[in-house]
Write a protein that binds this ligand. Structure first.
Ligand code: HSE
Length: 318
């Protein structure tokens, strides 16, 4: 049986989730692909007693320059050195799978260009909407459409905070602490609450939907840190909920996009997306409106998307 060796850069929450799925569901993955997918090495700078010691290394070259590694999973987070590591892996003929929205958004053209140049796969389903398979759907099942609009609730932390403020009248700062404790928030939660994380995800969605790269820094972005209980009550009076919406539209051949709190009528499907859940609502010229819903963060949902990308590589090499 063919073997596919996977090296994971950064087996933290998300990389650890991918490891768990690859080991627990090894049999089903093998049955579906006809390929034995093996976790070969884990790059970590700190002790990780939860993994077999023989898999651990603190030298990136043990993965990036190792001819036995076929797929590099990048779950370190941050733009650098993650981007350089992914480029080096592709240059060495390795397929790359990542969940790193900040790195993909910042260096989209360089990373996708490197994949073409080196004839390898660069897959990043896990970077938007965690476990929701929206990027794959855009590129496959929906790809016969001209896309007209996307509205996404793509940040779990802010959706959790807004939900608790709306439903329980909770205080912004208390709920942020709660979201951090639950592990949804970024290491620096400014990226969540100021809309930066959502802008990174919108950049990736816009590149795939409209074939247009708009740098996150060029996306007008307003977060939720200034939203008060009074704003939420005023929206409720109008029959609306306030949601942080990553929004892009195509009009007269121009793509315009923004990340901002918007008043969503209670009758709209996005108004029913609560707590840390994410949803992406897409309008295509043929399919009409479709909505993808699910867990946008966390070890196993995000790990599930990573493993899906690895499986599509395994099927291809088969
Ligand atoms: N901090 C992100 C969120 C994690 O809250 O959605 C998933 O990208």
């Amino acid at each position: 049986m063919k073997k596919l060796n996977v090296g994971i850069l950064g087996p933290g929450t998300v990389g650890g989730g991918a490891y768990e799925i690859l080991t627990k569901n090894k049999d089903v993955i093998e049955k579906r692909t006809g390929v034995s997918v093996e976790v070969f090495k884990l790059l970590t700078r700190r002790p990780r007693p939860e993994f077999p010691a023989e898999l651990l290394t603190d030298d990136p070259d043990d993965i990036l320059n190792n001819p036995d590694v076929n797929v590099v999973v990048e779950t370190m987070g941050g733009i650098q050195p993650a981007t350089s590591f992914m480029l080096q892996a592709m240059k060495n003929g390795k397929h790359v799978v990542t969940a790193n929205k900040a790195a993909v958004a910042a260096n989209y053209e360089e990373l996708t260009g490197a994949a073409l140049e080196n004839e390898v796969k660069f897959l990043f389903e896990a970077s938007v909407g965690g476990g929701i398979p929206v990027l794959t759907a855009i590129q496959n099942a929906l790809s016969g459409n001209n896309f007209l609009e996307v509205m996404g609730i793509v940040n779990g932390t802010t959706n959790y905070i807004l939900t608790k403020m709306t439903e329980d009248g909770a205080d912004y700062k208390d709920v942020l602490k709660d979201a951090q404790a639950k592990g949804f928030a970024e290491a620096d939660p400014t990226a969540d609450v100021e809309g930066i994380d959502a802008a990174n995800k919108l950049c990736i969605l816009t590149a795939l939907l409209f074939d247009k790269y708009i740098a996150p820094s060029d996306i007008p972005t307003t977060g939720i840190s200034q939203i008060t209980g009074t704003d939420i009550a005023a929206a409720a009076e109008e029959g609306c909920k306030i949601k942080l919406i990553a929004h892009a539209t195509l009009k007269d051949g121009q793509v315009s996009c923004s990340v901002a709190p918007e008043k969503i009528p209670n009758s709209h499907p996005l108004a029913g997306v609560s707590n840390e859940f994410n949803a992406v609502y897409i309008t295509g010229d043929m399919v009409g409106e479709v909505m993808f819903y699910g867990k946008g963060a966390g070890a196993l949902p995000t790990g599930s998307a990573i493993v899906g990308d690895i499986i599509s590589i395994a099927k291809e090499i088969k």
